[in-house]
Design a protein around this ligand. Structure first.
Ligand code: ADP
Ligand code: MG
Length: 682
């Protein structure tokens, strides 16, 4: 068996200086080298006739050199070598600059295959600059599909190609297959050695496609397995609570002032089914702002309490926790369910009392910040923990969070709309439910993207709205330069708007403020005592102020679309028509395109998908700071179908062999271990 960890200097063609160059590309051992996949391919397999070739095409053609190429000096440092070649349909003029050696490589009356970009073409005659070529019978550069590798200075395509070719020869098709053949058959995947050979040097396009599919599938499968493995481990190690099937939530549903949307009902059914099974629930509920996640959380807590357990809801900030407490206690207290709010605003005495009541079971539902799990708070018998995440946690953090409780059911709610395929990767360790529908009758928020020169009109518009009793948010971006804090950028805006609107009450919020101060200002805004609230993005994503109808974003070009969408979700929460004004200052086409998307759609999923397309998944992942490894081949957009297959396959594997202990899965297990190294605790 080949030693893949063998250093690259043992490969033919790799001397000390090339070792350094390859190291620069992250290539240290043979495995790195054979998995250094091409960036793209040039299909030079089709040979055309000269008469069929058009200007602008990049093509191969076979032709005979008419006479010895001639060389001329056209400037002091420049020579030009010209050759006339012909096939039975026409002729071609080929030119090379400063490549004197060409004339010794091209023999008159011999046939060669040329490859290059056609500059001009007219009736059976073409012109091409700097074509590459092979002698008759050779296929070094032409007549096949040629891989193009990402390079570094000092390394040419030809050199890296031949190094990789030599490495593959050395490996001699001895890569150990680790995907069981039953799986390969089911998903039509080729064998590993075929895949590696053909992802580098395919003879035919079909072979390349087959090889690529296998490698992409393998990447997606291993990632998914790694993530699912974390989840499954938790599930099989312990049995969870089996909430009683006969305890229904109908009375709560019929007490609501509205009918559940179809999406809410579907997601509730998924949650209920989880709760009634004896595995601990680990579910993510994803839903756009305003889609009604809180009600669904309330249903789950209602069921838990009716079954004799306590429940808990954690929110990232005190103000959100307070809002949840108000909404949820209003829904549940009529049924004799006692809710309590745990925040840092409690006095010591109040807190001690609540802690007691929670411990002896007088309190059914504890709502609060993360302090709920960190502090010395004990439940009598908690059965369900819900976290309203808003911001994403890394995979690892989250698994720690759910490990806090024992065998309890956990539900995570997030307002970040992520395309489902991506969510399956990012939250691969959770089951996912999506509320993909807003309650009926929501007013559309009108969005306007404007440039600086519209400032006065925007201000007049804000004045008019406030004079008719409404309120406005103004959001400015965090300032990047280290010497300017977000405080300063907010203060500058504050001074500016003070001058523009001397008649209004304006306040500002910034990240450095104490939570208590922030909460006080938010409460005043909520109560209508402040007309305009200026802030960085610290305004809590879930805060409800129905009277606020304007969301004005300064330098909107500096925000991600998903973030703008979240901000926009702060308005339009009451009966009044609401507006989102995106002020931007940029000539870039991408910015214009992004602003256009915001104006055209209010659908968070569409927005995040488009954002992803414009920015690329790399960026998207980067901002999430989680430990998911990168893909070499798989593409989360174009490989969606493959991703689904890989996800199904991963599930099936783990159903039969949750800990990957069986022989046929030992290769997979080893690969996952290597892939995740210390990124995840497996
Ligand atoms: P989010 O998903 O952003 O947390 P909320 O749960 O806060 O959304 O709900 C937003 C608003 O919509 C609340 O005022 C809530 O009462 C209302 N709501 C929730 N579900 C429905 C429904 N099915 N029909 C009408 N209004 C609803
Ligand atoms: Mg919410």
């Amino acid at each position: 068996m080949i030693d893949l960890e063998q250093k690259i200097q043992y490969i033919k063609g790799v001397g000390p200086s090339r070792v350094l160059l390859l190291n620069k590309l992250g290539i240290y051992d043979i495995e790195d080298l054979v998995t250094y996949f091409p960036r793209e391919y040039e299909d030079r397999s089709e040979i055309k006739k000269i008469a069929d070739i058009e200007a602008g095409e990049t093509v191969c053609f076979r032709a005979v050199v008419v006479s010895k190429p001639n060389e001329a000096r056209i400037k002091k440092n420049m020579t030009i070598t010209k050759a006339i070649v012909r096939d039975e349909t026409g002729s071609a003029l080929l030119t090379w600059f400063n490549q004197s050696y060409i004339k010794s490589q091209l023999e008159a009356h011999e046939e060669y295959t040329f490859y290059g970009k056609v500059q001009k073409a007219y009736a059976g005659r073409i012109e091409m600059a700097s074509p590459i070529f092979d002698k008759e019978g050779e296929t070094k550069n032409t007549g096949k599909i040629v891989p193009i590798y990402p390079l570094t200075n000092g390394l040419s395509q030809n050199v890296i190609r031949s190094i990789i070719e030599n490495a593959l020869k050395l490996c001699n098709d001895q890569f150990e297959e680790f995907i069981p053949s039953s799986i390969r058959t089911k998903y039509h995947l080729c064998e590993l050695n075929f895949a590696i050979r053909n992802i580098h040097f395919p003879d035919r396009n079909e072979d390349f496609m087959t090889a690529r599919k296998r490698i992409a599938f393998q990447e997606l499968l291993l990632l998914q397995l790694g993530l699912l493995n974390i989840k499954e481990k938790g599930k099989i190690e312990e049995k969870g609570i089996k909430f009683n099937k006969d305890v229904l939530v109908d009375e709560l549903v019929s007490s609501l002032p509205f009918k559940l949307t179809n999406a809410q009902a579907r997601v509730w059914a998924e949650i209920q089914k989880d709760m009634e099974q004896d595995k601990p629930m680990n579910r993510l509920v994803q839903g756009d702002v305003g889609s009604g996640k809180t009600v669904v959380a309330a249903l789950a807590m209602f069921k838990a309490v009716k079954c004799g357990y306590q429940a808990s809801l954690m929110a990232p900030t005190a103000i959100l926790a307070t809002q949840h407490y108000e909404g949820i206690s209003k829904m549940l207290e009529p049924f004799g369910i006692k809710c309590a709010l745990f925040t840092s605003a409690l006095t010591k005495k109040q807190k001690e009392k609540l802690i007691d009541e929670l411990k002896n079971g007088e309190i059914d539902i504890a709502i609060g910040t993360h302090a709920l799990i960190e502090e010395n708070i004990e439940f009598k018998n908690v059965g369900l923990v819900i976290t309203d995440e808003q911001h994403r946690f890394g995979v690892r953090q989250r698994s720690k969070l759910s490990n806090k409780g024992e065998r309890i059911d956990t539900l995570v709610m997030t307002a970040t709309p992520i395309p489902r395929t991506l969510a399956l990767i990012l939250y691969g360790d959770l089951d996912i439910s999506i509320i993909d529908e807003l309650p009926p009758g929501r007013q559309k928020i009108d969005t306007y993207a404007v440039k600086k020169n519209m400032e006065n009109r925007v201000n007049e518009f804000i004045r008019k709205e406030i004079n008719s009793g409404r309120q406005a948010y103004i959001v400015c971006p965090l300032v990047e330069e280290s010497d300017v804090s977000d405080l300063k950028s907010v203060q500058i805006m504050y001074d500016y708007y003070k001058k523009v609107f001397p008649e209004f009450k304006i306040e500002y919020l910034h990240g450095k403020m104490k939570n208590k101060e922030k909460d006080e200002i938010m409460q005043k805004f909520k109560a209508g005592d402040i007309n305009i609230l200026i802030s960085t993005t610290v305004i809590e994503v879930g805060v409800d102020v129905p009277n606020a109808t304007i969301m004005c974003v300064e330098n909107a070009e500096r925000f991600g679309l998903a973030q703008l969408h979240q901000l926009r979700g702060r308005v339009g929460r009451g009966k009044f028509k609401s507006y989102c004004i995106l002020k931007y200052d940029s000539k870039s086409d991408v910015v214009a395109e992004r602003m256009k998307i915001m104006q055209e759609t209010n659908d968070g999923f569409v927005i995040s998908e488009k954002d992803l397309k414009l920015r690329g998944p790399g960026d998207f992942f980067g901002t999430m700071q989680h430990g998911v490894p990168e893909f070499k081949v798989a593409n989360l957009f174009t490989d969606m179908d493959l991703l689904k297959d890989a996800q199904e396959c991963a599930k099936n594997i783990l159903e039969e062999d949750p800990l990957l202990k069986e022989d046929q899965n030992s290769g997979i297990r080893k690969k996952i271990g290597e892939l995740f190294k210390n990124k995840l605790e497996l």
